[in-house]
Design a protein around this ligand. Structure first.
Ligand code: CIZ
Ligand code: SF4
Length: 322
């Protein structure tokens, strides 16, 4: 409507005036992803967001996603100003892995190589040997396993369990979960498959093992988008955040995408197939981040000593991914 068009026009002007670029995650709302595309920014998974932010010449990055993505951008580009639509957008995996408890876990297992998911705080990353995103986790663990390393994995238990099963590596798992993916329900998915026997099932491995077992394709957001394009099925049942439908529908206009079921009938679910923190990245919030002042802070700061430590395992991942 009119107000949205007004915000978009203002944001576009401010992006230019401030030499800023908008980087949006696949889980943000469709209009945010569209705006990032229209303004020469990027829409992607957290690995590509990190790479784009690091290499793009803009002075300022607006990161539409959750806090760890803004922190990662700042760690990799300390000279850039990193703004977020809201500093309140966190992640249940980040919250579920406090740095002090994690550090004690590492201290108790000094013979293990520490591999942490990107969905963690800068302090947790600073303690890690490797940072991984879901699109590269499997390859990196395979690499470490082939060197005979024992692995301490944090924080997502489902992704860790999936990788453990695939690689047979010696892994100790931290026990946190994503509140969005953890909600997908096996029985209801069986019913949905019976209803749509022609459909393929796409699953992000942050989902429970029983859901992963029903998948035709398992992978990170970018890998699932690829699977949507290559699988012959016209109908796809998708177990990840529905924000991803924007890109899937754009690339496969003649296919139908169905949300995998979350809670049973009548049940309530606070995060049904859409991350409540990703949802905080609205047009108004983006506009406000570009007009922020001391009273309404939007800038990401990471303690420089911590950032210097966290940069090492992050760059190790980016170098490995090359
Ligand atoms: O669930 C997330 O936050 C994901 C999949 C992030 C990413 O893009 O790796
Ligand atoms: Fe975290 Fe899950 Fe939200 Fe991703 S979708 S940011 S893993 S809570």
């Amino acid at each position: 409507d009119e107000q949205k068009a007004d915000y978009k026009a203002r944001i576009k002007a401010l992006l230019k005036a401030r030499d800023a670029v908008l980087v949006a995650h696949y889980y943000t709302d469709p209009e945010i992803q569209a705006l990032a595309e229209e303004t020469g920014g990027c829409v992607s998974d957290s690995l590509e967001m990190a790479r784009f932010g690091k290499t793009h010449p803009a002075k300022t990055l607006i990161v539409a996603g959750v806090k760890f993505m803004g922190e990662t951008a700042k760690i990799l580009s300390p000279e850039k100003t990193v703004l977020m639509p809201t500093l309140e957008a966190t992640c249940s995996l980040d919250l579920g892995c406090p740095a002090d408890q994690f550090s004690a876990f590492c201290d108790a297992h000094p013979d293990h190589t520490v591999v942490v998911y990107a969905n963690t705080s800068a302090a947790v990353k600073a303690r890690a040997d490797w940072v991984v995103t879901s699109s590269i986790a499997l390859e990196i663990v395979e690499h470490l396993d082939s060197q005979g390393k024992k692995i301490l994995w944090a924080p997502d238990k489902h992704l860790g369990g999936y990788i453990n099963k695939q690689t047979g590596a010696d892994m100790l798992l931290w026990q946190s979960a994503c509140i969005v993916h953890d909600e997908f329900k096996t029985r209801a998915l069986m019913d949905m498959k019976a209803l749509y026997p022609d459909a393929a099932v796409l699953v992000h491995p942050e989902s429970p093992a029983s859901i992963v077992e029903m998948a035709d394709a398992v992978g990170s957001t970018s890998q699932l988008i690829k699977a949507a394009q290559t699988l012959p099925n016209k109908r796809l049942i998708v177990a990840t955040d529905r924000g991803i439908f924007y890109k899937m529908q754009q690339l496969c206009p003649d296919k139908e995408f169905v949300e995998a079921p979350t809670a049973g009938e009548g049940a309530t679910c606070r995060s049904c197939a859409h991350c409540p923190w990703m949802a905080m990245n609205g047009l108004k919030a983006i506009y406000e981040s570009l007009t922020a002042d001391e009273l309404q802070p939007h800038e990401i700061h990471v303690d420089p000593a911590l950032a210097e430590k966290a940069m090492v395992p992050l760059n190790r991942m980016l170098d490995f991914a090359e």
